[in-house]
Design a protein around this ligand. Structure first.
Ligand code: 2DT
Length: 202
């Protein structure tokens, strides 16, 4: 059974993720889902937390990010089954990476997302800390500081070793060079997407 593909883009700070996501959505006529989705009631709590307007326990925050994916999961699955390709700007991998970077145990972090729809392809845009620094300073949101970014990078490396259908892309190159790799890999994933949607970790 042919279906739509679930494509995820993750990336380190300043890797150009937003630009690549926008190009991909246009190229594939895909549905864009951005996580966190700040428009839902759970998303509004996350938005306030990220803007440092409220404080929450790290575990509660982790579960809210996960719940924010679960509230969209049924419509994502329905779209995939109806043949619609879906592009996610961040997904459970950000959820795990940021919470592990704050010191929560890896397997605990993974468990709340374990049976979400598995991506057919995850593209991870990576660049060195020195190139990231050359591309500009940090914003005002929570997590936008060098210590946290270093721990997030390490956590993503741990995730990479445990996830299938993962492709790291060198984002130190020009937008066009990165786009060539992103679009080629995504188009192949769209061609090969078939059968039931699998769980993320089983
Ligand atoms: P942006 O909206 O700028 O992408 O930043 N995050 C995201 C988590 O800690 N856990 C998650 O599950 C997700 C999806 C990454 C959102 C910030 O929220 C972090 C940066």
């Amino acid at each position: 059974m042919k279906r739509g593909a679930l494509l995820v883009i993750e990336g380190l700070d300043r890797a150009g993720k937003t630009t690549q996501v926008e190009r991909l959505v246009q190229e594939l006529d895909a549905r864009l889902v951005k996580f966190p989705d700040r428009t839902t009631p759970i998303g509004r709590m996350l938005d306030s937390y990220l803007q440092q307007k409220s404080e929450l326990d790290d575990r509660a925050v982790h579960l809210l990010f996960s719940a924010n994916r679960w509230e969209l999961a049924p419509s994502i699955k329905a779209d995939l089954e109806a043949g619609q390709t879906v592009v996610c700007d961040r997904y459970a991998f950000s959820g795990i990476a940021y919470s592990v970077a704050k010191g929560l145990p890896f397997d605990w972090c993974l468990s709340s997302d374990a049976s979400l729809p598995a991506p057919d392809l995850t593209l991870f845009l990576t660049l060195s800390p020195s190139v990231a620094a050359q591309r500009g300073g940090y914003g005002d949101e929570r997590y936008e500081e060098p210590g946290m970014q270093t721990r997030v990078r390490a956590a993503f490396e741990e995730i990479e070793a445990r996830v299938r259908d993962w492709r790291s892309i060198d984002a130190e190159r020009t937008e066009e060079e990165v786009w060539r790799d992103v679009s080629e890999a995504a188009e192949a994933a769209v061609r090969h997407a078939h059968g039931p949607v699998r769980p993320l970790f089983s």
